[in-house]
Ligand binder design. Structure first.
Ligand code: CP
Length: 318
């Protein structure tokens, strides 16, 4: 039974809670496309997207998810908000709460920002990606996609290749896939690999060659080099990187014949992935995006319900 009024990271979830979210997402995913049968369980509720970093998929899919559940969804852009006049993150969140935001989806460049604001608000806080720390809904939608394609997660071999050092996606996926019993292989240049990468879980192993990481894998998840975090300066050249760590037909041939290719997006075609692979029938990149809506519907429904219970408990003891 779900009790968390925030979703701050996979590290905070038990195996059962992860499965509860994935199962709830199946229900939303299977709804007819024409909108019939969509219970508006969040009618009259307000979801705020507060994104301090750029986003296409996460912000849009939270908006679609909230609207499909009947909520009002408001997008706040820090660039055009009073943050530019010096208002702090916490004051911004408190003002959004005063406007009766039920849930705030926060993306921030600082690791731990969602956890910090969660300690000071009654609204449900959902981590939409914080620095290089966690991106829990991305890992959940990745697991949803894997489970749909492979009918299981336990025992799968998943290679995650690229800029591991700066990747909140890699971190959340290593935690989640490890919790569900998959073998996780992390691969990238030494300069883009955290020193403590294997500490992410007992099923995590580090590889220096993409050919070895992909060998016999059930799924290959490629990550881009995060130039906005100056990762470009940590590789010799883009061309050399593509040749050494990019996914192409030659490398993919090392994986299982039915291995799927994943990427959280945005993809940099011709750098970490050959466009012909990204667009091939092995690629489930757009399936991941589609799954994001159902997963985020499940998350919004559960955290807002838990926040209601929390608020009622406080009123009862006041
Ligand atoms: N995968 C992901 O987080 O994409 P966006 O940055 O577009 O939200």
């Amino acid at each position: 039974m779900w009790k968390n009024r925030h979703l701050l990271g996979i590290a905070h979830l038990t195996r059962d809670e992860i499965l509860e979210l994935l199962d709830a997402a199946v229900r939303w995913f299977d709804l007819p496309r024409d909108g019939t049968g969509s219970p508006r369980v969040l009618q009259g509720r307000t979801v705020v997207n507060l994104f301090f970093e750029s986003s296409t998929r996460t912000r849009t899919s939270f908006e679609v998810a909230g609207k499909r559940l009947g909520a009002d969804v408001v997008n706040v852009s820090p660039q055009t908000s009073s943050v530019t006049k010096g208002e702090t993150l916490l004051d911004t969140v408190r003002n959004l709460e005063a406007l009766r935001a039920d849930a705030i989806v926060l993306r921030h460049a600082s690791s731990g920002a969602p956890e910090f604001v969660a300690r000071h608000t009654m609204a449900a806080i959902v981590n939409g990606g914080d620095g290089a720390h966690e991106h829990p809904t991305q890992a959940l939608l990745d697991a949803f996609t894997l489970r749909r394609r492979k009918q299981r997660i336990e025992g799968l071999v998943v290679a995650i290749c690229g800029d591991i050092l700066h990747s909140r996606v890699a971190r959340s996926n290593a935690l989640l896939l490890g919790a569900l019993g998959a073998e996780v292989r992390l691969c990238g240049p030494r300069t883009l690999m955290p020193r403590d990468a294997e500490a992410l879980g007992p099923t995590v192993r580090v590889f220096g060659r993409i050919e070895d990481a992909v060998d016999g894998a059930d799924a290959v998840m490629m990550l881009r080099v995060q130039n906005e975090r100056l990762a470009g300066a940590m590789i010799a050249s883009t061309r050399e990187y593509a040749r050494t760590f990019g996914l192409n037909a030659r490398v993919l041939a090392r994986a299982k014949p039915d291995a799927i290719v994943m990427h959280p997006g945005p993809i940099n075609r011709g750098v970490e992935i050959d466009p012909r692979i990204a667009d091939s029938d092995r690629s489930v990149i757009l399936d991941q995006v589609e799954a994001g809506v159902a997963v985020r519907m499940a998350v919004l429904e559960k955290v807002i319900q838990a926040a209601d219970v929390h608020r009622a408990g406080i009123r009862a003891t006041a």
